[in-house]
Design a protein around this ligand. Sequence first.
Ligand SMILES: *[C@@H]1O[C@H](CO)[C@@H](O)[C@H](O)[C@H]1NC(C)=O
Ligand SMILES: *[C@@H]1O[C@H](CO)[C@@H](O)[C@H](O)[C@H]1NC(C)=O
Length: 417
Amino acid sequence: MIGFSVWHRRWCCVAILVLVAGTACVAGPLALRAPPGAPLHERLRLAERLLHDTPLIDGHNDLPWNIRKFLHNRIKDFRFDEDLRTISPWATSSWSHTDLPRLKQGRVAGQFWAAYVPCDAQHRDAVQLTFEQIDLIQRLTDKYHPQLTLCTSADDIVSAHANHRMCSLVGVEGGHAIGGSLGVLRTLYQVGVRYLTLTSTCDTPWAECASTDRVEPSPRGGLTPFGKVVVKEMNRLGMLVDLSHVSERTMRDALAASRAPVLFSHSSARALCNVTRNVPDTVLRLLAANKGLIMVNFYTSFLTCKETATVQDAIAHINHIRDIAGVESVGLGAGYDGINYTPQGLEDVSSYPLLFAELMEAGWSIEDLKKLAGQNLLRVLGAAERVARELASAHVTPYEEVPPRAFDTHNCSSQDL
Ligand SMILES: *[C@@H]1O[C@H](CO)[C@@H](O)[C@H](O)[C@H]1NC(C)=O
Ligand SMILES: *[C@@H]1O[C@H](CO)[C@@H](O)[C@H](O)[C@H]1NC(C)=O
């Protein structure tokens, strides 16, 4: 690791090089950039230094679900601090891309772990499974403390990074996880959840999911009145509204209803690969106005609409989103452990420094790369926290709405009580 003063001199050299090449830039201060034509090893070193200075926060990782599938949430013998590429069943699974050594190699400072529960748990045991997944994330974090530490605020992330600890952050994937209950939503916040993806791959009684775009759209639209209350309660709590997986109509409704910036925790650009999991340009423009954030997904099926992709395909999505939504609104949410095809060069969680090195080659300034890495997420999370404080000082009290009764064949609820 290079010392600070040496580092400082290095940046000065870079700055001088850019000054020579940067006369075309008339407005604003000159940005720091890697020297043009810098070799890969040099750019990798700059990338590692950049990620030492600024926390890298990834928006979505599905490891907790794989631990449920493979280990039934028993982690006593789970060796997360070893190379899982050598340990069964991880070694042979195309869905496994994550372990502690590779997270460190990837300079990941904060990981949103998905507390995901499948859609067939809706109206059944979705709430229980969600809490079990959150419990798993907490136990895994405790087992590897202090390397891993639970973070629930922007300040937590900054101080963990300064102390060389990696943040475990919790996001819940799928609105069915709240069982139609604002009480459950509030309790999720209390146990550390900082985003809720409004839907997974199924409609909830109050929000329409993305796959509905392709078939018959539901007559009731994106968010129902209760769905809008869910968004308002999330604003009041300071929980981010995640719009990955929702239909375009739900995106628009949530953007209109939310007072805080919203999130796409793991989606890419529909203009480059037209799948409903990606975000159309019109919504990217609304996202810019909302000062929200889209964290780019690395699944090859979302980057190229094929089974193969390269680092350059990920860069194309990042650049497109920057061009449409602005550099303040783009981040990274690779989706590792929840995807089974990854781009060449971005095979697992160790790959981020290479991505940053290649983005330097593509002309990204150091300042903009810091935004992409984590500053944008810190800003959005900080803004959600601020909105919650404002609503608290305006004495907005917990919402008490209940959704219209959803009747289905699994009539096991005691909702009359
Ligand atoms: C994506 O496909 C849909 C349905 O085929 C079409 O209506 C839409 O215009 C396409 N969008 C883009 C950006 O190509
Ligand atoms: C489910 O229970 C409610 C309330 O007890 C009842 O009104 C409704 O008819 C039941 N639905 C089914 C499908 O059994």
